[in-house]
Design a protein around this ligand. Structure first.
Ligand code: DWN
Ligand code: ZN
Length: 426
């Protein structure tokens, strides 16, 4: 498997094979992991830079995707300390996407009905962020507890009256919560399982939180959508694991959680929702998707071979498109200072010499600079005040919501560049 040079910063990719040989799987501890894709040394995708720090050396870490032939888990080799990733200034607030808020409200309603939750129940969310999900249960009079390590989002949740612990979730924290008499009827763990440094301990902690008969609902990006739709920019240091149902089922079963049902979702470029519980009985969806994964080969390395070459081709095509527009003297900016956007622009090799700015409506991101590329992040007002001719949509997973808001830009002749699943101008 030849690794591809994805970096402006030359690195020695031959280390990839060596690191693969030395590594062991995050879930089953198997060795002999298969190398899939080496994106080189990448900056932290949510590590937005302050102006005063721009001249300082920016931390970069290897970003290498591998496959475990034993349990089928796709994962990265590097583990960046969580307090570095999710520190004081972690800038991601879930509530800046109306689409995500609607999706979350629907999920909450479905789960509340399924479990007949009431004022005697308890919902605990791990990675509760700014209360985007728990606000629904609270509005229905159902007691809630949030757990999240990011200070800013937790403060926002507390402002909404949502009790939130500012802490990293762990088996020990789960014991403390249960020992205080707060076992859960429902645990929600959306877009966090992939982020857990101690993957097995994380699931064990969730098992601890649950009352007998309780359920956990996980949501996370589906590795099948990542590969099929070229979503290489969702590979970053916060995401340690990239799950198939096959790999996730193995991890849950190891910790006494049985799958009840599996759903495919469109959110975040294609995700899975897994509902599980101690002693849960699987419905037909579980056997069906496991059989489908075996049938298409998601549990074998061949499914993933060729992805690196396809990523290189997409990166070259997007860079060629941007360079072509630049040669024509076109003015280009970007929209959505998303974590995935940081990876995309650094892998493709786009920086402030190509794009004027990145607009983003999250005020916690405005005034900062994108990791690696040092692109300034500005209020979307800039699109009206200092209009580009083209807008590269870095948050392509929210393209419809974003383009709806930018109809005036479009009406004035502005064009959108959508990078994923293939570069196109609309
Ligand atoms: O795992 C994670 C995924 C699920 O969400 C986290 N590590 C962080 C986050 O990843 P992301 O930053 O790639 O997520 P988004 O939601 O794709 O980022 C969208 C960005 O676009 C946000 O910064 C908000 C911004 N935005 C905007 O400026 N105007 C979003 C919308 C909808 C808008 O209208
Ligand atoms: Zn494994």
């Amino acid at each position: 498997m030849s690794s591809m040079d994805f970096n402006c910063v030359p690195v020695d990719h031959s280390l990839f094979e060596v690191r693969c040989a030395a590594a062991s799987c995050r879930v089953c501890s198997a060795r002999g992991l298969d190398p899939l894709l080496d994106l080189g040394r990448m900056p932290l995708s949510d590590g937005l830079r302050r102006k005063e720090d721009l001249d300082d050396e920016e931390p970069r870490f290897p970003l290498e995707l591998v496959f475990c032939p034993e349990c089928s888990l796709v994962q990265i080799l590097e583990t960046v300390p969580p307090d570095v990733l999710f520190g004081e200034e972690y800038p991601y607030f879930s509530s800046y996407s109306d689409h995500l808020l609607r999706h979350s409200a629907q999920s909450a309603r479905m789960l509340a009905d399924e479990l007949a939750l009431n004022r005697e129940s308890l919902v605990i969310e791990v990675a509760s962020n700014d209360g985007y999900m728990l606000r629904n249960f609270k509005a229905w009079g159902i007691p809630v507890l949030g757990i999240d390590p990011a200070k800013g989002p937790v403060e926002a949740a507390r402002q909404m009256g949502i009790e939130s612990m500012c802490a990293f979730f762990s088996p020990e924290l789960a014991d403390q919560v249960v020992d205080s008499g707060r076992a859960a009827d429902l645990v929600v763990a959306n877009n966090v399982l992939a982020h857990a440094t101690d993957t097995i301990g994380f699931v064990r902690g969730i098992r601890t939180l649950l009352k007998p008969g309780g359920l956990v609902s996980f949501e996370f990006p589906y590795v099948r959508d990542l590969i099929d739709h070229m979503e290489f920019d969702t590979i970053y240091h916060e995401h340690l694991c990239y799950f198939s149902v096959t790999a996730a089922e193995c991890l849950l079963r190891m910790n006494g959680l049985m799958l009840k049902r599996v759903e495919r979702l469109s959110i975040h470029g294609g995700s899975l929702r897994l509902v599980a519980g101690p002693g849960a009985t699987p419905d037909a969806s579980v056997a069906s998707i496991l059989a489908e994964e075996r049938q298409i080969g998601l549990d074998r390395v061949d499914y993933y071979r060729g992805f690196a070459a396809r990523v290189r081709a997409l990166a070259d095509e997007l860079k060629g498109l941007i360079d072509g527009l630049m040669k024509e003297g076109k003015r280009i900016a970007a929209y959505g200072a998303a974590a995935k956007g940081a990876i995309l622009i650094n892998v493709v090799g786009i920086d402030h010499s190509h794009l004027a700015y990145v607009a983003d409506r999250n005020p916690h991101k405005q005034g900062r600079f994108m990791p690696g590329s040092r692109l300034p992040i500005v209020d979307p007002q800039a699109i009206r005040d200092d209009p580009p001719e083209y807008l590269l949509i870095l948050a392509w997973n929210l393209r419809n919501e974003i383009m709806d808001q930018l109809f005036l830009f479009k009406e004035a002749g502005g064009r959108f560049i959508i990078p994923i699943p293939r570069p196109e101008i609309i």
